[in-house]
Design a protein around this ligand. Sequence first.
Ligand code: SF4
Length: 157
Amino acid sequence: MKLTKIVKDIVLEGNLSDHDGYNTEAALRKEKEIKNKNVKPEDAITDLDLNTLNRNQTIKEYGYGPLNPDDEKGSKKFWEQKAELWNTTPEAAKASRCGNCGAFDQKKSTLSKIEKAIGEDGKTIVKNANIGFCEFFWFKCAGARSCDAWVGGGPIK
Ligand code: SF4
């Protein structure tokens, strides 16, 4: 078993399929497909289903979100929950996002791989969504979102 797989198993306990409620079919299919296979972090850059699997796991286990950070009303509950977890105010919680997380990889070389994998409009999409690669959970995440594993000192440039 590769070290990356061991680390991942420690970081993400359980499977996506353990969680009740709606989930993305493609992510659940991918979970079955990669069972007992070695997966490298960067595989998620080119494999959208794997990326979605890792992202959904982070939503279920680490409260990744909100869905639309620009929607103040729709994301109110999300930030209130983060504030409760950290014993702070929603305003203060909003200052800790993927965009300034220490696990948010925005190295030129990483962004270039992501842009290439997306295709023709890759550069624009990466720029507009302020995309980076989450080094903890291995998926392309948006700078305006956050999760319970946030750490300061980022992004990685
Ligand atoms: S660990 Fe950091 S970069 Fe990864 S999803 Fe959480 S807040 Fe975003």
